[in-house]
Design a protein around this ligand. Sequence first.
Ligand SMILES: C[S@@+](CC[C@H](N)C(=O)[O-])C[C@H]1O[C@@H](n2cnc3c(N)ncnc32)[C@H](O)[C@@H]1O
Length: 221
Amino acid sequence: MVKSNSKKAFDFFFDQEELIETDYLCQERLNSLAYVAEYCSSVVTRIDGDANPLKVIDVGCGTGHLLLGLSNRLQEPVRLYGLDFSDSAIRLSRRLVPSAQLVVASVYEIPHPVGSFDMVTCTETLEHLQRPEEALEEMLRVLKPGGQLIVTVPDGAMDEWDGHVSFWSAAELRHLLLPYGVQHVAPLPLGGDLLARATKHGGCPMPGAKREMPLEVLPPQ
Ligand SMILES: C[S@@+](CC[C@H](N)C(=O)[O-])C[C@H]1O[C@@H](n2cnc3c(N)ncnc32)[C@H](O)[C@@H]1O
């Protein structure tokens, strides 16, 4: 059912609150999301200088635990946003992080203008998508130039779960993210996941346009 990656499947999944509490939100997942929140807090950079609060969006925010981790860790003024196509996921996120601005929407149509965010996060979601490159284009669109994209996916070298539609090893994830300014790909210490960080360069390529790959994002030889 999850493999279909339909809104209906995820609504059904997130409606089973007891199962979510006891099974999905296991300690390993919570620790992993806490680690990602810590990592994001350590690398996030305000693009516009001190005048404006940081703006961070979590795409495919699920239960909202990454947003909660960010709100607990980010020291400076921040506006947190979350997006998910599942109403049930957004309901859980609202309960957990009432201060965040949360919206039911698709990763392929993020309802924010070009260059809105200092950071875009997307954890454990790309591997469910039929068109991950299109989703990445959309995330890049809403990032400010110089803003950072943080992605986690299961390590495809080990992941065999039938509910996923894409699998990337560390090298393959780096390759996927080359057009988006990848800077760092590494295994997370917990849970067999990979974390990647990319930085948006000057212009925002339009979907489908041929992109020049900046030299500095070429992978090490
Ligand atoms: C495995 S969950 C990960 C949730 C959360 N990011 C985490 O790490 O716990 C994948 C999430 O992506 C959302 N999702 C999947 N496809 C989507 C789409 N096309 N547009 C928006 N959200 C989507 C699902 O509803 C679900 O909340």
